[in-house]
Design a binder for this molecule. Structure first.
Ligand SMILES: Nc1nc2c(ncn2[C@@H]2O[C@H](COP(=O)(O)OP(=O)(O)OP(=O)(O)O)[C@@H](O)[C@H]2O)c(=O)[nH]1
Ligand SMILES: [Mg+2]
Length: 294
């Protein structure tokens, strides 16, 4: 039997459930998730190891109208994925009939000219009848090879999606070793977990005005301890005040919830030194963006 493999980009509007789908497919929390849009800012790879085949998924930032340099970097990173992969999985969510940014996504699809699947996510949220008009609309708008309704949250009909994607793979070698799930570094994963807690705990513009960098990760086998130094970067002094909170309550809560998740992941105690600093208007400054990993 010939081995099958391919790169599959998970693309779509913000908040459609792309990262939830990546995590579900790989059975590992590789990408952070939040009910707020524009959570993912970088491409995140996850490998699915099948029997006789391999699918390399690439989760991408939601495509939307750009405002700041940060948004431009996010959308450019998503658009680059259209060129890098073999197959495109476009994720939209039920029951939104007209997705924000769908026009840009469809024109990217037309330019890429690659086998594509439309994934209608969140079918657990409404009655099945809502699906039919959505399917009809998209059939007319783009020649998808298949339209697959799923729930990334419950796992409903995920098997059907995997079968569909498998049928679109081409003969090719295994792209990554059997034990490899992702190419992201430990430091990146740590910074993302902290960002996820910021998204969960802060409001309004604050999640969008923060970046997290990891300065040090040190493992001590004797002490069964991982020590981490990380920084939260915000855009102004007033944001710094809110991020720290009265008596440091906010940054403490972000640190505690992050540490709990990291301890589960590493299977050790974690010491997390988390501080907040101002990097004035970083989301609008291309050089600051590069320094912060975007
Ligand atoms: N009910 C329901 N909620 C879902 C489903 N999939 C994802 N969600 C929720 O939708 C929200 C957004 O999920 P994400 O996975 O962060 O979405 P995303 O497309 O990666 O978003 P961006 O990174 O911002 O572009 C979260 O609150 C998820 O829990 C689903 O199948 N059903
Ligand atoms: Mg995401």
């Amino acid at each position: 039997m010939t081995f099958l493999s391919g790169f599959i980009a998970i693309v779509g509007p913000p908040n459609a459930g792309k990262s939830t789908l990546l995590n579900r497919l790989t059975g590992t929390k590789l990408a952070i998730v939040s009910p707020k849009p524009q959570t993912t800012r970088n491409r995140i790879m996850g490998v699915y190891h099948g029997d006789g085949y391999q699918m390399v998924f690439v989760d991408t930032p939601g495509i939307h109208k750009t405002q700041t340099a940060l948004h431009r970097s996010m959308v450019a990173s998503a658009q680059a994925a259209f060129k890098e992969v073999d197959i495109l999985a476009v994720v939209i969510e039920m029951p939104r009939a007209e997705e924000p940014g769908i026009g840009i996504i469809l024109s990217n699809l037309r330019r890429a000219q690659k086998p594509s699947v439309l994934v209608i996510n969140k079918i657990d949220k409404g009655p099945k009848e809502q699906l039919l008009p959505i399917i009809d609309t998209y059939r007319q708008r783009y020649p998808f090879e298949a339209i697959v309704p799923i729930s990334a949250l419950t796992g409903d009909r995920l098997e059907r999606l995997l079968e569909q994607l498998k049928s679109m793979l081409k003969p090719g070698p295994a792209l990554f070793p059997p034990d490899m799930k992702t190419d992201q570094t430990e430091s990146f994963w740590i910074s993302e977990i902290i960002r996820e807690k910021i998204y969960a705990l802060t409001r309004q513009e604050l999640p969008y005005s923060c970046a997290v960098t990891v300065e040090l990760v040190e493992e001590s086998l004797e002490k069964n301890l991982v020590s981490i130094i990380a920084r939260i970067h915000v855009e102004s002094e007033s944001q710094k005040g809110i991020m720290i909170g009265g008596r440091g309550e906010m940054v403490k809560a972000i640190g505690r919830t992050s540490r709990e998740e990291m301890e589960k992941f590493f299977g050790t105690k974690v010491f997390l030194d988390l501080t907040v600093r101002v990097e004035k208007n970083w989301s609008k400054d291309p050089r600051a963006l590069r320094r912060l990993g975007y």
